[in-house]
Each structure stands twice: as structure tokens, then as C-alpha cells.
Design a protein around this ligand. Structure first.
Ligand SMILES: C[S@@+](CC[C@H](N)C(=O)[O-])C[C@H]1O[C@@H](n2cnc3c(N)ncnc32)[C@H](O)[C@@H]1O
Length: 290
């Protein structure tokens, strides 16, 4: 018991030290000569300080989170993802999917973006004002809810979100329709199957959140597939870049490639800024713990 309390205190002290260091680094980044870095520093500072988002902007999102947390209903889930971090499923299993029945509250707890990350994606969209957004991995629609609320406040922009598991896609669609914003579409299908037609139909994409199928090869394949369809100054976010060795490799290959102009590693997410107008990218990379 005492040992556990000591460990908890040590963890909290280390976390606070890390945050204090990040705060100092962010002060420097706010003076950086690249305006995107300055904006990112401001966003990350607000997320760390847990500055609340004003004027009840996220009331509907919080109500949705609450609803999912409290329901005892179950749904069928077909998981086309990579499985466990240290035990990747075979390519064939990922292809076929794994079918289970789960409590919605459990899916929400395990898979929906936590509020900190919801706030971060909300602020990114409010700040960088994208027009065409794409999400890989809707799940119950929580991160989509943060995104469409930001787009609604921006008075522009559309989110296309893809989910392989049909009952999750249906539930997310129903609950997001209740928001009464006409700025989103949930598409049910495997990423590999629906992505090509979505990319062909859509206008150039400004903002991408890749939050599903955390497999090294799959992550790189999706990025390669979408790259030609990204706008000159697109932002691409990769979730769970430290989830497995495979994801670490994928992230390292992607952010070090000359297609990425600027990148932020905030441990759970990798955030990439593309600049297709430059012949040579500057390849600025920042690692921050938030
Ligand atoms: C971590 S959850 C997404 C969470 C959601 N973005 C949020 O924060 O609220 C990942 C989702 O991706 C879906 N998924 C994983 N691999 C997929 C694939 N290959 N094709 C389609 N959907 C997939 C899963 O069914 C799961 O619902």
C-alpha cells in the first residue's frame, strides 16, 4: 500500500516536472519565426493548462460522452485493426476482422479519444480552419463530434469519417445527426476498400486524423494513398505513434520523409504539416510531452 502511494507520488512529481519543462519549451516556440510553430505552441499551452473552451461550445459533445459512458447497451463490433501492441494480428485476420459483442460504455472507455485529445483536435481545427477533413476510425463518433463542432463554429468545412464496424458507424451517425450540423458524413467500410473512392470524389483534403488500424504497413499505405490528394498545406495527425514497435517505425519513416515540412511528436499523437509549395522541406521536428 505504502509502496503504491510512493509510486503514485513519484509519477505525479515526474509528470509535473515534465509539464514544467514543456511549458518552458512552449515559451520559446511562441517566439519561433514559423507562424505555424507559434500557433501550435499556443494551442499546446492551452491544452496543458486545461483552459476550458469558452461559451458552452462543447456542450453537445460532453453530453454525448456522458451518454456513452452511462449506457448499458451492447453492440456487435467487427474489428479490422492491428490487435495488441506486442502481438500483431496476421494480415489475414486484419483483413477478415474479429467479431465480438461489447458494451458501448466499454468501447467508449477503451477507444474514444479522451477529452484532452478532443480539445486538441478542436483547437487545431479552430486555429487552422481546414475545409476538407478526413478521419480514419469513427468508432462511436466522439473525436468526430469535436471536429464537426469546430467546423460548425468556423462556419465552413466538412468531415468525412470512415468506420469499418457497421453498428458503430450506425450509432455514430445517429448521434452526430442529432447535433443538427450538415457538415459531416460517416462512411461504413474497410479503409482499404472505401478510401480510394473517397479520395477520388473529394476535393483536396486539408486535415486528416488517422485513428484506426495501428499496423506499421497499413499506416504507411494509407498515408501513401492519400498523399497525392492532400492540399498544399495539409495537416495529418497520426494517433498512437508509440503504441507498438510497428507504429514507432511507421511514424519515424513518415515524419523523416521529405514529404513532411514540420512535425510535432506529443507522444500519443504525431502531427505533421505538409508544404507542397516548397521544393525542399525544412523538416523541423519537435518533441513535447503534454
Ligand atoms: C481508436 S478507434 C477510433 C476512435 C475515434 N476516432 C474517437 O476518438 O472517438 C479505431 C476505430 O477504427 C476502426 N478500424 C480499425 N481498423 C479499421 C479498418 N481497417 N477499416 C475500417 N475501420 C477500422 C475500428 O473499428 C475502431 O472503431
Amino acid at each position: 500500500m505504502i509502496q503504491k502511494i510512493i509510486q503514485k507520488i513519484q509519477f505525479l512529481v515526474a509528470r509535473e516536472k515534465g509539464r514544467a519543462k514543456t511549458k518552458k519549451e512552449l515559451q520559446q516556440l511562441k517566439k519561433h519565426n514559423d507562424v505555424r510553430v507559434q500557433k501550435m505552441a499556443l494551442i499546446l499551452e492551452e491544452v496543458i493548462s486545461r483552459k476550458e473552451i469558452s461559451e458552452g461550445a462543447l456542450t453537445k459533445v460532453y453530453a454525448l460522452e456522458q451518454k456513452y459512458a452511462n449506457t448499458s447497451e451492447r453492440i456487435d463490433v467487427v474489428d479490422y485493426g492491428a490487435g495488441e501492441p506486442d502481438f500483431d494480428r496476421s494480415q489475414q485476420t486484419q483483413e477478415d476482422g474479429v467479431i465480438t459483442t461489447e458494451k458501448i460504455s466499454y468501447i467508449h472507455k477503451m477507444a474514444s479519444s479522451k477529452r484532452k485529445w478532443g480539445h486538441l483536435i478542436f483547437k487545431l481545427i479552430r486555429t487552422f480552419q481546414p475545409t476538407e477533413c478526413l478521419e480514419l476510425g469513427t468508432c462511436l463518433g466522439v473525436s468526430a463530434a469535436y471536429q464537426i463542432t469546430a467546423l460548425q463554429l468556423n462556419n465552413k468545412g466538412f468531415l468525412t469519417s470512415i468506420e469499418g464496424s457497421s453498428q458503430q458507424a450506425e450509432l455514430a451517425n445517429k448521434n452526430l445527426t442529432d447535433f443538427q450540423f450538415s457538415n459531416h458524413k460517416i462512411i461504413n467500410g474497410k479503409f482499404s476498400e472505401v478510401l480510394p473512392s473517397i479520395l477520388d470524389k473529394n476535393k483536396l483534403i486539408d486535415f486528416v486524423f488517422i485513428d484506426g488500424h495501428h499496423d506499421e504497413e497499413a499506416t504507411e499505405t494509407y498515408f501513401n494513398m492519400m498523399y497525392p490528394y492532400l492540399s498544399d498545406n495539409a495537416i495529418v495527425i497520426f494517433d498512437d505513434i508509440n503504441w507498438s514497435q510497428g507504429m514507432k517505425n511507421a511514424w519515424s519513416n513518415i515524419y523523416k520523409s521529405n514529404r513532411i515540412d514540420l512535425s510535432f511528436d506529443v507522444y500519443q499523437w504525431g502531427i505533421c504539416f505538409i508544404d507542397k509549395t516548397k521544393e525542399n522541406t525544412i523538416e523541423n521536428h519537435f518533441e513535447l510531452r503534454i
